[in-house]
Design a protein around this ligand. Sequence first.
Ligand code: GDP
Length: 444
Amino acid sequence: MVLDDLGSSLRGTLDKLRGKSRISEEDVEEVVKEIQRSLLSADVDVSLVMELSDSIKTRALEEEPPSGTPARDFVLRIVYEELVDLIGESTDLPLEEQTILLAGLQGSGKTTTSAKMAWWFSTKGLQPAVIQTDTFRPGAYDQAKQMCERAEVDFYGDPDGEDPVQIARDGLEATSDADVHIVDTAGRHALEDDLIAEIEQINDVVQPDTSLLVLDAAIGQGAKDQAQQFDESIGIDGVAITKLDGTAKGGGALTAVDQTDSSIAFLGTGEEVEDVERFEPEGFISRLLGMGDLGQLAERVERAMEQTQVEEEDWDPEDMLTGQFTLNDMQKQMEAMNNMGPLDQVMDMIPGFGGGIKDQLPDDAMDVTQDRMRTFEYIMDSMTDTEKEYPRAIGASQIERIARGSGTSEEEVRELLQQFKMMERTIKQFQGMGSEQEMQRMMK
Ligand code: GDP
């Protein structure tokens, strides 16, 4: 994750301010040094680091904290505001008809990002189309086509075409029914003259409303040159950062944003079409600083619930509140959780869980939880409908059969039944809590 290091080291430094009501110049120096160290090791451009840390220092020393504000919160607030200021708003992408051009070096993730963005626009009720003009990289056509099929969005490409400019022209015509056109372009291993000439020609034909530079989060100091060249040739309005699920620090992307005086549009967090987030500066920085991001979490929960309900239309989570809680309900809840994405990413969005508690968990705790959920699913798949309806009636011989059928141990089956009882108790407490409407509000 971008600047993950900043999050944890800064939290450590700020925690030293806990309990203090005033901060000394020494305290400020220490915080600023920590910020500089993290940003530099995340490959953020040196002059940008200096600029940022200078403003934090000046503000922390000169501004008077509102009375009663603990020193730690005051400094945290300043760091937060300065980072928001640096990163700015998310790139403006109205939910309406538009054309978006993607630029970047080969392997930066353009093709993947074009399909992801199309998927994202489709979840907002628009009809996007991807136009693949990359005739340089073998495989680009097939890859884009497959991803667009998976995303269920329109696609245009010409596997035998040799002229990207012509493909762009034909593509816009062939997909005239679509409202959002996303044009993917070829990259090169490095910034070469023919790459720049080609993208300028495509740009002239496509006349995009927005041009995005796609950057691998692993890019370091090279980001500045790349951003500058693309910005000079076609004008860059925003940056999409990819591969944030890896170990890369992503500092180069901040440099690119600063260099092009643009903003971040999307974050790529995996290889699948759904692994994309619209960039939300406040939420992103809150997450970075370990303050949680409830907005993102709410969106994911909503999406996961919708998906689960589409798959199983006769299941309504609200039935749990009025009727009897069964193992089927528990299974649906677990599916909904799985649909939200990897647990560690979900936890990052919950205030208090971010750095703090999560950092204290053993590294493999998340895997264990996810493995356990998978085991539970196998077990439930081996149960009969009646057993799922009345789990309390499951006896020793059934446990033995279910364990054998699901390739798990009897102990794991018992564990699942135990978990069920716990959830049932919780639901019962909800049920005893007043009117149906109130309960539904609480569940939401
Ligand atoms: P292009 O040459 O710029 O079109 O790059 P591609 O879209 O082909 O991406 C290059 C490689 O990076 C592919 O193997 C992608 O699957 C992978 N990739 C792209 N975005 C992400 C991401 O957000 N996370 C991960 N883990 N891999 C990604």
